[in-house]
Design a protein around this ligand. Structure first.
Ligand code: PMP
Length: 351
């Protein structure tokens, strides 16, 4: 705290990202990164983009990337917004669609950035208590609200909500914006994109950080009606015209063109997840059903915090949240088969 800080800054409780350790090399399963490299074509495009054109500002409207993403999903460029990671797109969305004094709804166990954005933009919120099995009680979204946001699949649980359920939420909330954060959708879930044609109030947010192995590039995007995208543009153009640099734009465009690479890596991750879930259950763990590149697990006897510490001593880093209801769970990202074998070997030593 400093006397020089504004009152707004003094009041912030920022999000704490997962650890990126430097002390030693871990089997790193704590931030849901993709274990496989990005598309080689995307890397070549980024190398080519690192040329003398970097003296020029990047195109502020990002037309080529928006066209590419639009064409990929059968949408128009006007229905696509791109930003510096989906975290930025989420932050802009809180500003564009939610108002102070009209409480929004999101699950009590969810991506921990949502309450941080809510506090930053003075948006009140009401938490929707998840069912015992961590599924979302859809009826809770029928109460009056100033907007709705939830990830599908949810984080950190990996639980998936059906499109039929999402459609009910949209139908019951025609006058509010419903944001579906699909950061993990490519690992087995069905995107709500097909609902866009019937619901102007739906905003879908996705990222290149997970299924396209580009967490380090910082590219996320939103899909929605032109009306919603225009609001995001207004926010962006009131803060920073150039949120995506030339290298990121070039890499992201190529990543969307390399379908074979995308398909191969996501299939590998889903197959590994299936194998690991079976092994973990055999070790006596409860495993929450997952449609994401992560699993959420709990042991009936050994406290999660102890398993977390002992895994770390074995050189395996997973995520532990010291929060009510989930403080006996560990979130484990799905790494390569070799990484997951290290994890399972360490776990067999511990339990
Ligand atoms: N949404 C959810 C649910 C997430 O778990 C994450 C990753 N931590 C993000 C959004 C943000 O991803 P990025 O900013 O890398 O696109």
């Amino acid at each position: 705290m400093s006397k020089y800080w504004s009152k707004a800054v003094q009041g912030l409780e920022p999000y704490v990202p997962g650890e990126q350790p430097k002390d030693k090399v871990y089997v790193k399963l704590n931030t849901n990164e993709n274990p496989y490299p990005p598309s080689p074509k995307a890397i070549l495009a980024m190398q080519a983009a690192a040329d003398d054109k970097l003296r020029l500002y990047p195109p502020p409207t990002c037309d080529e990337l928006r066209d590419t993403i639009g064409a990929y999903y059968g949408l128009k460029k006007e229905q696509v917004f791109v930003g510096n990671g989906s975290d930025e797109v989420l932050a802009f969305s809180f500003m564009a669609f939610f108002d102070p004094g009209s409480p929004i709804l999101f699950p009590d166990i969810t991506y921990s950035f949502y309450p941080v954005y809510a506090a930053l933009f003075h948006i009140d919120y009401q938490l929707v208590t998840l069912n015992e099995d961590f599924s979302i009680p859809v009826e809770a979204f029928w109460q009056p609200n100033g907007g709705i946001i939830f990830p599908n699949p949810n984080a950190p649980t990996g639980r998936y909500l059906s499109l039929a359920a999402i459609e009910t939420i949209l139908r019951k909330n025609r006058d509010q914006v419903v944001i579906v954060d699909e950061a993990y959708i490519d690992f087995g879930g069905e995107s709500a994109i097909k609902l866009l044609q019937n619901y102007d109030n739906l905003l879908i947010i996705q990222t290149l950080s997970k299924s396209r192995s580009l967490a380090g590039l910082r590219v996320g995007f939103a899909l929605g009606s032109a009306e919603l995208i225009e609001a995001l543009d207004r926010v962006k153009n009131s803060i920073n015209s150039y949120t995506l640099d030339r290298v990121a734009l070039a890499g992201a465009v190529e990543a969307f063109k390399d379908e074979a690479h995308f398909e191969e890596t996501r299939q590998k991750i889903m197959a590994t997840r299936q194998r690991v879930m079976v092994s973990i259950e055999k070790l006596g763990f409860e495993v929450v059903p997952s449609t994401a590149n992560l699993i959420f697990i709990s042991h009936p006897v050994i406290p999660a915090e102890r398993i977390f510490r002992e895994l770390r001593e074995h050189g395996v880093l997973v995520r532990y949240f010291k929060k009510p209801r989930i403080d006996n769970f560990l979130r484990v990202s799905i790494g390569s088969d070799e990484e997951m074998d290290c994890f399972l070997t360490a776990l067999r030593d511990i339990v």
